[in-house]
Design a protein around this ligand. Structure first.
Ligand code: F6P
Length: 342
């Protein structure tokens, strides 16, 4: 078989580990041939390819990012996009695609499956908010990066008797904030899943100062205060059509400073959480996903996404994976609340 591989959406540590596993097993065990598509769905849409063999995947396991490049191109939003993809795949002699991506990329994969394209999906996102899989690779790395930042911020916050607000990624789901906050011993954790009361947060901050230590507040970029406490995020699109979030950390620090009379600073971790080498957990998960994905392709089991359920790597219908976002359940948040303000 001649198999195309692409990576779409925001990059994340572990993408290269998937590509390596797919290509290594695909060539050495099954004797398949590979074509790398550049920049997500833009590759098949515009017919932009790169060589993808054993030599190209050598040494990429520990590298962050993706050797194939990525984009948020959606062929269903482009006039004639789907027809173009189908004719390019036919011209290039592609029998099947391995699409590695998040909600948007896999949403496109699910729709293309319905139109007769042979696709197997691999879930990725640092946000860990894809349904049907217990974890996505990239999440563990992002959590570790944020945890290390929180560890460092504790000591400087204490030295200066300041509140440190750490803004982490998480537009719709607060998994990174919750896990990094718990692992780093944060004193308040704020998620997009539940609006927060800024007065209550200020109360936690004051309580923490009474212990002689300084408070660390972890806030997900998509978190929102109660209606009426703040203007909503700027939801305007940038020049590339992406919604820009951000600013909640800065706003919160200003509020806490004025409400508690203690100095506050903000650290926005941003894309640092997406860069660099994957953790061992993410390398193993990404590798196992890649091995399962190439098995699915080899068996002709298309329209599926590989997923982690418990400790097993399984296959689920692509449509199930993208149906609903996996957000933090209320009981997971409640169990963390015991640490707030203490
Ligand atoms: O979906 C992953 C993610 O990292 C989100 O947490 C974040 O809001 C978004 O991507 C940022 O995207 P961009 O790279 O386009 O700024």
């Amino acid at each position: 078989m001649r198999i195309g591989v692409l990576t779409g959406g925001g990059d994340c540590p572990g993408l290269n580990a998937v590509i390596r596993a797919v290509v290594r097993k695909g060539i050495s065990t099954y004797g398949h041939e590979f074509v790398g598509f550049r920049d997500g769905w833009r590759g098949p849409l515009e017919g932009i390819t790169r060589e993808l063999g054993i030599a190209q995947v050598r040494g990429i396991l520990p590298r962050g990012g993706t050797i194939l490049g990525s984009s948020r191109t959606n062929p269903f939003k482009i006039d004639g996009g789907v027809e173009k993809i189908k004719s390019n795949l036919a011209d290039l002699g592609i029998d099947a695609l391995v699409a590695i991506g998040g909600e948007d990329t896999l949403g496109v994969a699910a729709k293309l499956t319905d139109l007769g394209v042979n696709v197997v999906g691999v879930p990725k996102t640092i946000d860990n908010d894809l349904g049907a899989t217990d974890y996505t690779f990239g999440f563990d790395t992002a959590v570790n990066i944020a945890m290390e930042a929180i560890d460092r911020l504790h000591t400087t916050a204490e030295s200066h008797h300041r509140t440190l607000v750490v803004e982490v990624m998480g537009r719709h789901a607060g998994w990174i904030a919750l896990h990094a906050g718990l692992a780093g011993g944060a004193n308040v954790i704020l998620l997009p899943e539940r609006q927060f009361d800024v007065e209550q947060v200020a109360g936690y901050v004051e309580k923490r100062f009474q212990t002689q230590y300084a408070p660390i507040v972890v806030v997900a970029e998509g978190a929102q205060p109660l209606d009426g406490q703040m203007v909503l995020h700027n939801q305007e699109l940038d020049a590339f059509g992406h919604v820009r979030l951000g600013g909640i950390g800065q706003w919160l620090a200003e509020q806490l400073e004025s409400k508690t009379g203690k100095e506050a600073r903000t650290v926005v971790l941003g894309h640092i959480q997406r860069g660099g080498t994957p953790t061992a957990f993410d390398r193993v998960l990404a590798t196992r996903f890649g091995l399962q994905a190439i098995d699915a392709v080899h068996e002709g089991d298309f329209g599926k996404m590989v997923a982690l359920q418990g400790t097993d790597i399984v296959r689920v219908p692509l449509a199930d994976a993208t149906r609903e976002l996996k957000t933090v359940p209320v009981e997971r948040y409640t169990e963390a609340e015991v640490f707030f303000g203490s």
